[in-house]
Design a protein around this ligand. Structure first.
Ligand code: KG4
Ligand code: ZN
Length: 357
């Protein structure tokens, strides 16, 4: 079974051909970083125009890399939520046109759910139930998964997503967009105990996240205490006043707090289900699945295996190339939807929000 996946929810135009929901025959990603760098973030109007220009060459490349003809395809899977609406519409329109002209099923895929399946690409499915964590630029959420299609959200960020916090802190330190990977690299050169930044755990039982307090603590450390003069907020200094070592120390201390927040909530979810018996491991979960751009983070990738071992869970981390937005994960989830008969009609709508509440 051959599925063409299409992804255009933010600033990557991507297409991939995936066989049997796991074997990636092609994975083409056209990044728009160079178009947004001067604005320090994604400009929605620029993103959707760039998708229009790139979608056709990206689709052609994905088909030719896979050595497949359009007539070989069994279905078209496309991200239809969540994301920037103008960007989503480009992928959805292309997918509808292909599905209609080839007379094959159309599958609308939720981008956040698809991040969770990235760790199953090119591998067999893990054993369920699984505990899932999505850490991306738009989402930070924990899920209970009975299968790839049957999942419940246990918690989510109440303010910034973890990737968003990475990008904002990177910008405070003068690093160019997208700052997450650069901040990660800088953190490896610093001392993570140089600053005691807060790890927000919210209420004692909460599985929600909050990164705004951490972000503000870093802001005040990097730029000094703000004052308001005539309604304008002024800081004592900016990143140009920081030495390279100070920047690296701030990056390392932030990285420690941000990743500790994610790990602490996973631990809390696992503790809630802990057996009182001898084993001390969760009787509920067999697997830990993690996905999203921040699953590429070096510290998270170093610490997650320890947590998984402690709770006797199989850890499913995506390969580096499947952490960031890609269409292979969209095709993979589409394959499960097709097998379950969950196809969509040509009236499929794009939506800025996730279907998971
Ligand atoms: O999943 P993704 O590609 O897009 C969304 O769905 O949002 O995630 C992008 C996010 C960005 O915020 C980026 O800075 C962050 O992932 N990111 C990282 C790393 N690599 C990407 N954050 C921390 N460390 C990294 N190594
Ligand atoms: Zn994403």
């Amino acid at each position: 079974m051959l599925i063409l996946g299409i992804e255009s929810s933010c600033d990557e135009t991507a297409a991939a051909v995936v066989r049997d929901g796991r074997d990636v025959l092609s994975n083409v990603i056209a990044s728009q970083d160079e178009l947004h760098i001067e604005y320090g973030g994604v400009v929605p109007e620029i993103a959707s125009r760039a998708h229009v220009e790139r979608i056709e060459p990206v689709l052609r490349q994905a088909m030719s890399d896979a050595g497949a003809a359009l007539s070989d395809l069994d279905a078209i899977a496309v991200t239809n939520r969540p994301g920037l609406i103008g960007s989503l519409l480009v992928g959805v329109a292309a997918a509808k046109a292909l599905a209609w002209s080839l007379d094959i099923p159309l599958l609308g895929v939720d981008h956040v759910r698809a991040h969770l399946i990235a760790g199953a690409l090119e591998r067999d499915d893990p054993v369920f139930p699984a505990l899932g964590l999505v850490v991306s630029g738009g989402h930070t959420s924990i899920y209970h998964l009975n299968s790839w299609l049957d999942l419940t959200r246990l918690g989510a960020t109440i303010d910034d997503a973890i990737g968003e916090a990475y990008d904002k802190v990177a910008s405070m330190l003068g690093l160019p967009y997208p700052g997450g990977p650069r901040l990660d690299a800088l953190a490896t050169k610093g001392d993570d105990s140089a600053y005691a930044f807060p790890v927000s755990l919210l209420g004692a039982d909460s599985l929600d996240f909050s990164f705004s307090g951490l972000k503000t603590a870093v802001l005040y450390t990097a730029r000094g205490t703000p004052t308001r003069v005539n309604g304008v907020t002024r800081f004592e200094r900016d990143h140009t006043n920081l030495t390279e070592l100070e920047k690296a120390n701030i990056a390392a201390s932030f990285q420690k707090a941000a990743t500790q927040a994610a790990l602490a909530k996973l631990r809390r979810a696992l503790e809630k289900n802990k057996e009182t018996g001898e084993t001390g491991v969760s009787p509920v979960y067999r697997t830990l699945v993690v996905g999203g751009g921040v699953s590429a983070n070096s510290r998270l990738r170093r610490e997650l295996p320890t947590l998984a071992r402690e709770y006797e869970l199989e850890l499913r981390l995506p390969r580096m190339r499947y952490c960031m937005d890609n269409a292979a994960m969209i095709a993979a989830l589409g394959a499960r939807q097709l097998a379950a008969g969950l196809t969509d009609s040509l009236t499929l709508q794009a939506s800025p929000t996730t279907a998971l509440s």
